[in-house]
Design a binder for this molecule. Structure first.
Ligand code: SF4
Length: 379
């Protein structure tokens, strides 16, 4: 059930029905419409109007219910979602990733150390296993499987993909759309041991998208977990708050005044993709990151957050022309159509169109080197 707008609420009030008590001000508002607008924004108690019909009270009561509970497991929050799709608002708590350690198994200590120490860094985020669950015993920083089962969570043991997927989708829809309390517990999918890691990865990826609040694995495979964490990071980014990095000039491998100069926007995913390529180049370089409200190159261009003027302004602000002798700037291949426009605005540098994809930067630079000997961009 979706929230009512002020107009929808107004239809239930005396003024809309031209009934007795129209605009009587007993609620403290000058009109019924003012009350309706306030109520829609949850800025007034519904009880302030003694003439609200039971039907409206019931709808508001239903709307006030939490669609999905938030469960706290040793500080890890799961659930609490209130939309079906990220673009409607945002997702609240990312799908947690948990691994089971069976203390009755001979090599549990080794597995435990591996799981505990697993860490990857992606887009400036340090990602670790969210929860360790023990079976046949307990460990200080873990939760036992028995205790997990006592929490208000729904467990789906994954056996058949379509069955699990249907159950996850059905549960989330009932929770969000109908606010049905029977479906308000966060859901975790339990994966038993398997040798088919490709299938496991495919299924787990789907369940991150729709709609597991936590994935629990008996197996621990760092490659699988890395893949899932990468996907999860993309799904759970708040669309209203793009991940951004600070607009400035970044340096790679101790550049000097003759080093290569690249340019991109301050969208974090783009930045880290380009940065990791520049780090691995055999030559030093600069990366000029322009302010674009955290938008990727093409999005920023279409939203006019990356224009020839903003690029020129950034270069001026960073005082690049006085810092380097190199007079060539390599722009992303996706902005090839802007080359002339940029050139017109950026008089101090020659605009060179680079690659569409970050991974192709290495080859691009190799070709530059062939054409321009060891100092490719020397001005
Ligand atoms: Fe309208 Fe009810 Fe407020 Fe009177 S108390 S003005 S009827 S909303």
């Amino acid at each position: 059930m979706t929230e009512l707008s002020g107009l929808q609420i107004f239809k239930y009030l005396p003024a809309a029905k031209k009934a007795e008590h129209t605009n009587c001000k007993m609620c403290g508002c000058p009109t019924c419409m003012a009350f309706a607008l306030k109520l829609a924004k949850h800025n007034i108690d519904i009880e302030k109007c003694p003439y609200v019909p039971d039907e409206l009270k019931k709808i508001c009561e239903q709307n006030a219910k939490e669609p999905q509970k938030t469960v706290d497991i040793n500080g890890l929050k799961i659930g609490g979602e209130n939309v079906l799709y990220r673009h409607e608002k945002t997702f609240i708590n990312k799908t947690a990733i948990a691994v089971v350690i069976d203390l009755s198994k001979p090599h549990w200590k080794e597995k435990y150390e591996q799981v505990k120490n697993f860490e990857i860094t992606r887009v400036n985020e340090h990602l670790k296993i969210d929860l360790i669950i023990t079976k046949n015993g307990s460990l200080p920083d873990c939760i036992t499987y028995e205790d997990l089962k006592k929490l208000p969570l729904k467990e789906i043991v994954d056996e058949e993909f379509s069955k699990t997927a249907d159950e996850l989708i059905e549960t989330r829809k009932k929770a969000i759309l109908e606010k049905d309390e029977k479906f308000s517990n966060p859901v975790y999918v339990y994966f038993k041991h398997t040798d088919d890691f490709n299938l496991l990865c495919a299924k787990a990826s789907f369940y991150i998208c729709k709609y597991a609040n936590m994935l629990v694995f008996e197996d621990f495979d760092p490659y699988l977990i890395t893949t899932l964490m990468t996907l999860r990071q993309n799904i759970f980014t708040d669309p209203q708050k793009p991940l951004q990095v600070e607009p400035k000039i970044y340096e790679f491998n101790n550049p000097d005044e003759n080093s290569l100069i690249f340019m991109t926007t301050n969208f974090a995913l783009t930045f880290f993709a380009v940065a990791s390529e520049l780090e691995s180049l055999p030559v030093p370089s600069y990366l000029v990151v322009t302010p674009a409200e955290g938008m990727s190159v093409l999005t920023a261009w279409s939203a006019e957050k990356f224009t020839a003027q903003t690029a020129a302004k950034a270069l001026k602000k960073f005082d690049l022309a006085n810092k380097v002798k190199n007079r060539k700037i390599i722009i992303p291949g996706l902005l090839a159509h802007m080359k002339d426009e940029l050139q017109e605005e950026i008089k101090d540098f020659e605009i060179v169109v680079g690659t569409v994809d970050a991974f192709a930067i290495g080859d691009f630079v190799k070709n530059l080197k062939i054409r321009h000997s060891s100092r490719p961009n020397q001005g």
